[in-house]
Design a protein around this ligand. Structure first.
Ligand code: ATP
Ligand code: MG
Length: 574
């Protein structure tokens, strides 16, 4: 492709809303352009990178006998009501009515659509397994779209769905996809980790995320320093490296005044006790999202050490909720406990109380007295208040014990680029998607679902692979392999050599972008660095006079000065 005939407009400055480097570079390189928050036009170069990645996806999936289809983006309400996700998905699902007042939503994910697709086709175990996939635009009404394609509202996803006769076979399908994902991300040559994860409101019991390591990643990961254990902090077990177990005898309960002491930090200062020895009480609602409006509030309390943070995903999973529970407002806390959040505690409460593991070994601790301006000391669970369960409810952190060894956990940031789930029969049961087994018995399909964020991955690759001058494309998804800078396009010998390179590469199917603009060399070099194709070839009058053409490797900046024939030889065998 020739620059003069293409549509490439680069920018010197990134727009103010671009916070992370990959977003800045993609906009500056004209790879994409914002239409509205979370909505982007992919420029020609951006689209080429996306198509390259799609080709890798198709190759690896087709090789594993997955079948490509394309399902609608617009879904009728009735479909999502079959699984109750019309309401469970919350505000992320964009809903609208057509001219006949029928409700629809934009597909945020396609479990319902694919289950509907197969439910009357696959009748017998003999037809199983099947794996069906698509590369389709998704829409999620993200509250805060940001970081460009990382968290868009409209984005492209590769989603695959497996159908099996029993759970053993379904786990085999899961492994197949897990390995396909490894092959896919290995081909990009990027630094990624496979981590244990939460299933979110997709549901399912076994799940892993593929995370590209990057400081700008939105996910916190914990990785063992001794084993291959790695988990998203959302689900990482929290184990104290040195558990605290008090052997003190229980002392008599005592109320004492704590005027104006509202936070754990206040209380630590006031009592002289360390935050990790204080206990905080948090209040949540077990109501599912929107149903609080029409139903009675179902409050519960969670106790943790003052130095720990509650993990809402662990609460969600403990209570079998489909979304993490919401915290009560100050007003609701007062109604439930009789005190403001700074003075509330578990003693005398009439609601379920859950204790974090960190509380188990504590004795004679301080909690709020459920009376403003007072706390209780020498509090002991079991004796002074009843509790429903002791469980792992805190957020794990660096320095905690590895759950599989005596090692410790180290923290990283990651960008979730892929996610594999074993779903079981959650969707097939609700949607009546059955087949006949060997004995002629009707059974629901065992399902799995597998997503890769196509547009997110392309941008994440840049987040991991760039330098101060611009993008360094991994070869596998580079829009072009060769960026041919023609320094003196008005010079006949320069044009002749450039056209020879261009035509030879084109004829051999090697993708080349020829910068044939009438621009200064400095401008061309800057753009070439910004755009980040793996190889830059420079043809200029001065070089040619010495029978020299320059090849620069974008990644290493290694320069080769070669004759025209050598250049062609080098490029054709690169
Ligand atoms: P996240 O936790 O980042 O919101 P998710 O876990 O909700 O993502 P999945 O339902 O697992 O996402 O979707 C599969 C893949 O789709 C993700 O691994 C991610 O790569 C991609 N993806 C999800 N949401 C977005 C988005 N808003 N913009 C771009 N890609 C996305
Ligand atoms: Mg996910």
């Amino acid at each position: 492709m020739k620059w003069s005939k293409s549509y490439i407009y680069t920018l010197k400055e990134a727009p103010a809303d671009a916070e992370i480097v990959s977003h800045k570079l993609m906009v500056r390189g004209g790879y994409m352009k914002k239409l509205a928050p979370g909505l982007y036009t992919y420029g020609h170069l951006g689209l080429r990178a996306i198509r390259k990645f799609e080709a890798i996806l198709r190759e690896e999936l087709n090789r594993r006998e997955c079948v490509e289809v394309l399902m609608p983006m617009v879904h009728p309400r009735e479909l999502w009501e079959e699984t109750n996700r019309w309401s469970e998905m919350g505000a992320g699902l964009l809903k609208f009515q057509n001219r006949n007042q029928h409700w629809f939503c934009l597909g945020a994910t396609h479990e319902e659509a694919v289950t509907d697709y197969v439910r009357n086709d696959i009748k017998s175990y003999r037809d199983l397994p099947k794996n069906i996939y698509q590369i389709q635009t998704k829409y999620r009404d993200e509250i805060r779209p940001r970081f460009g394609l990382m968290r868009g509202r409209e984005f492209s996803m590769k989603d695959a769905y497996s159908f099996d006769a029993d759970s053993a076979a379904a786990l085999k399908s899961y492994d197949l996809m897990y390995n396909a994902y490894k092959a896919i991300f290995d081909r990009l040559g990027l630094n990624y980790r496979i981590v244990q994860a939460d299933a979110g409101n997709i549901g399912g019991s076994q799940t892993h995320e593929f995370q590209l390591l990057a400081e700008a990643g939105e996910d916190a990961l914990l990785v063992s320093d001794t084993t291959d254990f790695a988990a998203n902090v959302e689900v990482c077990p929290a184990i104290d490296a040195t558990p605290h177990i008090s052997s003190d005898a229980e002392k008599p309960l005592e109320k004492f005044p704590t005027p104006g002491q509202k936070t754990i930090a206040d209380l630590a200062r006031f009592t002289g006790q360390a935050e990790k020895e204080l206990v905080k009480t948090l209040y949540f609602s077990a109501n599912e999202g929107l149903d609080v409006k029409d139903k009675a509030l179902k409050p519960f309390a969670v106790l943790l050490r003052g130095s720990d943070e509650v993990n809402p995903v662990k609460l969600k999973n403990l209570l079998g909720m489909s979304n993490p529970p919401l915290m009560l407002t100050d007003q609701e806390v007062k109604e439930v406990s009789g005190a403001s959040p700074g003075s509330c505690g578990p003693v005398g409460l009439n609601i379920p109380v859950y204790l974090d593991n960190g509380i188990a070994g504590l004795r004679n601790y301080i909690v709020g007295a459920n009376e403003d301006g007072f706390h209780l000391k020498n509090v002991n669970h079991g004796r002074d208040y009843a509790f429903t369960k002791i469980a792992d409810l805190r957020i794990a952190r660096e320095g905690d014990r590895c759950p599989q060894s005596a090692g410790l956990l180290k923290s990283y940031r990651g960008i979730e680029v892929g996610h594999v789930f074993y779903l079981g029969t959650k969707y097939s049961k609700k949607m009546n998607a059955n087949f006949l087994d060997q004995q002629g018995k009707s059974l629901p399909f065992e399902m799995g679902c597998y997503g890769i964020g196509v547009t997110r991955t392309v941008q994440a690759a840049i987040e991991q692979s760039h330098d101060a001058d611009g993008i360094i494309w991994p070869r596998a998804i580079a829009p072009f392999l060769v960026h041919l800078c023609v320094l003196d396009p008005k010079d006949a010998s320069v044009m002749e050599a450039s056209n020879k390179i261009y035509n030879t590469l084109e004829a051999r199917g090697i993708e080349v972008l020829m910068d044939d603009r009438d621009e200064r060399p400095g401008v061309k070099f800057k753009d070439a660095d910004l755009l980040g194709m793996p190889l830059r070839v420079v043809v200029g009058k001065r070089g040619l006079d010495n029978k020299e053409i320059e090849i620069v490797e974008r990644k290493t900046k290694e320069v080769r000065k070669l004759s025209l024939d050598q250049v062609l030889e080098f490029l054709l065998s690169y």
